[in-house]
Design a protein around this ligand. Structure first.
Ligand code: COA
Length: 280
């Protein structure tokens, strides 16, 4: 019996997407939800039963089963679940809402696209990426492997998201910017400059919130992004931790310099405006 296993019971919208895709394409004879939280077993979401833990995948027939990773709250958590799923060697299912126009869009494997997402021509989505409802991937934007673009977020034209980038609800990233791997963009933020790898950027305009153990401070997001991964290349989450730290600290030094320049140019612009008003 052809079966779709949905992994993670915390995302009813993902269950609805799977049901809608199946109604349109008739791909599976049954759909089942798996979750490692035993308190959820036996419950149902939209009539789809949570039958057990991920270990049920051991019994799945590889030729007639597919798996979808519904976990998308954080990209690291999503990746952890992906690794668990991959251990069972089953093919991952792509779920794209039938109402989404995909003409001229390039897709890796294991893609999830929710209703009302808008994928512009020549956008590309790397393996394992998710685009939520109402989000926009601009033309020639490149969404890397394992990225999540939250509801209503706008990834403008030619923007590049490195691997594992999380873009929060309604955030907007201006055209041509580069967001480094595993960076997070806060909900409703407006990103006006590149964001370095591993950083969290929040606000309008977005500032980088540095997470370093218990220390947190805000830095301007103005500055170059750390080295980018080509989003169309296969995922390789193997960069050693020490190297990641070095990349991050180099990028942050550059950020500070760029911030000083930005503040200076902003001050000049304001002064010019004041003089202009005085002369009117
Ligand atoms: C950016 C984010 C990941 C940070 O989460 P966090 O690490 O738990 O950080 P905190 O909530 O402790 O906030 C830290 C600081 O950033 C500020 N902040 C957090 N999110 C912000 C945002 N989106 N815009 C502006 N400021 C924000 C907080 O006010 C706080 O400021 P303070 O240090 O001056 O008090 C989170 O706030 C966010 O925006 N997540 C996106 C959620 C989303 O869109 N989900 C989609 C569902 S499908």
């Amino acid at each position: 019996m052809t079966t779709l296993y949905l992994c993670g019971a915390g995302n009813p919208e993902g269950v609805r997407l799977a049901l809608t895709v199946n109604r349109d394409q008739n791909r599976w004879e049954r759909i089942i939800i798996l979750d490692d939280d035993p308190t959820k077993h036996g419950q149902s979401i939209l009539g789809v039963k949570i039958t057990g833990s991920f270990t049920e995948l051991e019994q799945a027939d590889k030729a007639s089963s597919e798996v979808a990773n519904l976990v998308a709250r954080k990209t690291k958590g999503r990746q952890a679940v992906l690794r668990k799923i991959q251990a069972y060697g089953l093919p991952l299912a792509t779920l794209i809402h039938p109402g989404v126009d995909t003409l001229g869009v390039t897709f890796g494997r294991d893609i999830t696209v929710y209703p009302t997402a808008y994928l512009c021509a020549n956008a590309s989505l790397g393996e394992g990426s998710v685009v939520f409802m109402g989000a926009i991937a601009g033309h020639r934007s490149r969404i890397g492997c394992n990225c999540v673009v939250g509801p209503g977020a706008v990834v403008n034209a030619r923007v590049e998201l490195g691997e594992g980038v999380y873009v929060g609800t309604n955030a907007s990233i201006l055209p041509d910017l580069k967001i480094g791997p595993w960076a997070t963009i806060g909900a409703n933020s407006a990103v006006v400059q590149d964001v370095p790898a591993g950083a969290t950027a929040v606000g309008v305009p977005a500032q980088v919130l540095i997470m370093d153990g218990s220390n947190r401070s805000k830095e301007s997001s103005n500055g170059p992004a750390a080295e980018q991964q080509n989003p169309n290349q296969p995922c390789d989450p193997t960069t050693p931790e020490s190297e990641q730290t070095e990349i991050k600290s180099r990028a942050l030094k550059q950020l500070r310099l760029a911030q000083e320049k930005y503040i200076e140019s902003y001050r000049l612009t304001n002064d010019d405006l004041i003089h202009q008003e005085e002369n009117e």
